[in-house]
Design a protein around this ligand. Structure first.
Ligand SMILES: [Zn+2]
Length: 425
């Protein structure tokens, strides 16, 4: 028998066991174990049960005793972020709120290209540190798995720098980082050819290196009028599929078209969907592609939210992610954003918690996390309350007191505003 750790007693453990991947959920479907303990063996959950029983059954376990009231739930999974970047877009934010248009902001040197310029100026080492700083802030707030996109390099060399920086950041954080190549974010201003020529260059020159260096298993694309059309992305995705990459799409954010590409290409997820109509939502709900709502982008841009209620009522699988990025979603607070989405879209607590745990893990193709059941990774967080409903009620202000990642208790590295003050944001 390997070494066991037993954490408790815990007022309520939300295991999220027995919940389906798809469809609407009611709060009475939530499995709540009261006066419970979590028994872990190495990096995995061994058993979750009544504290009294576990202490008797496993007297050899090392006890991590808790004083006071706590609610435990699985560590959060953020399945869509852009936390590897240089610079700030505070100027864009102020201009947008002052009524300037997208075009006016771009003409004054703002937009994605500004972040590309700032990111290209940084070394791989500095970029790795910034990424890890963001990841550690997320981890201290209970996010134990974080997807991270490239997409501010936009050349073979600069995209490689970003993806290598994300790899390097893995050694600077205990959070699991899942890299995604978003070279198809926009056609770079310094590329003289057409959109299809740019995509052709990326797929023939960059994709083989991604495979060879094992830098990512995932390819993303921004399908939008201002970026790439569905017809331009289809052959790009075809190539990615032939090379065994998983696909995900920035879809239907301002205009529709992207979610259809996601379904036709068998993408793991279609993210954004603020502009999706009833037909898009119905087709998505009937597919195996997850819908990912990004309330942080709606809050950052002052746009409508993803029709999350409709996705669930039609039987679809809904994940919620932060979209943390310097332009449209600078907040980077998954719990706050998910709580706000819940009030606007009328989502049950069960639907929100599923959307930031096992359903988000499924959007990344991960089945080993997101529930507190035997064999799952021992990623869990403890909130200082005795009622699980308080977690969303405080709209993100209540943070977990303890974060456990792969069976180890995390020590706060950069908490709260430290990452902002460090000057490398
Ligand atoms: Zn995004």
């Amino acid at each position: 028998m390997k070494k066991l750790k037993l954490i408790g007693p815990i007022s309520q453990v939300l295991t999220l066991d027995h919940l389906p991947l798809k469809g609407a959920l009611k709060d009475d479907q939530l499995e709540l174990i009261e006066q419970a303990g979590i028994l872990i063996e190495e990096e995995k959950i061994f058993q979750v049960g009544k504290w009294e029983n576990l202490t008797k059954q496993f007297p050899e376990a090392e006890i991590f005793e808790l004083k006071g009231d706590y609610v435990a739930m699985p560590g959060m999974v953020d399945c869509h972020t852009h936390i590897c970047f240089g610079g700030s877009r505070a100027k864009d934010f102020a201009m947008r709120n002052a009524g300037k248009t997208y075009l006016e902001i771009a003409q004054s040197g703002g937009g994605i290209w500004e972040t590309v310029t700032q990111t290209r100026k940084l070394s791989q080492v500095d970029l790795a540190k910034i990424t890890a700083n963001h990841a550690n802030r997320h981890l201290s707030e209970g996010v134990t798995t974080i997807e991270v996109k490239s997409g501010y390099g936009l050349s073979v060399e600069e995209e490689l720098k970003m993806l290598r920086a994300i790899q390097e950041a893995k050694s600077l954080t205990s959070a699991d980082l899942i890299p995604t190549c978003l070279a198809a974010h926009m056609k770079p201003k310094d590329f003289s050819g057409t959109n299809p020529e740019y995509l052709e260059m990326i797929s023939t020159e960059l994709f083989p290196i991604l495979n060879k260096e094992n830098l990512t298993q995932r390819i993303d694309a921004f399908v939008e009028k201002s970026a790439f059309s569905p017809d331009e992305i289809k052959p790009y995705f075809q190539k990615a599929k032939e090379m065994s990459f998983d696909l995900t799409v920035h879809a239907d954010q301002f205009t529709v078209g992207g979610s259809k590409v996601a379904l036709e290409s068998g993408a793991l997820s279609a993210d954004h969907l603020e502009a999706s109509g009833d037909e898009e939502i119905r087709n998505l709900a009937q597919s195996n592609t997850l819908a990912v709502a990004l309330p942080g982008a709606s809050i950052g841009l002052g746009c409508s939210f993803t029709p999350a209620r409709k996705v669930l009522d039609q039987g679809g699988a809904l994940a919620i992610a932060s979209d943390w990025n310097p332009g449209s979603a600078p907040m980077g607070d998954l719990l706050a954003q998910a709580s706000i989405l819940a009030t606007f879209e009328k989502l049950s607590t069960a639907e929100v918690l599923a959307g930031i745990t096992f359903r988000a893990a499924a959007a990344l193709g991960l089945a080993d996390r997101g529930k507190l059941t035997q064999g799952q990774l021992a990623d869990f967080i403890l909130f200082p309350t005795k009622d699980y409903r308080e977690i969303l009620y405080h709209q993100g202000k209540m943070k977990p007191m303890e974060v456990w990642k792969s069976g180890s208790k995390e020590v706060r590295k950069t908490g709260g505003m430290d990452a902002l003050k460090s000057g490398v944001r």
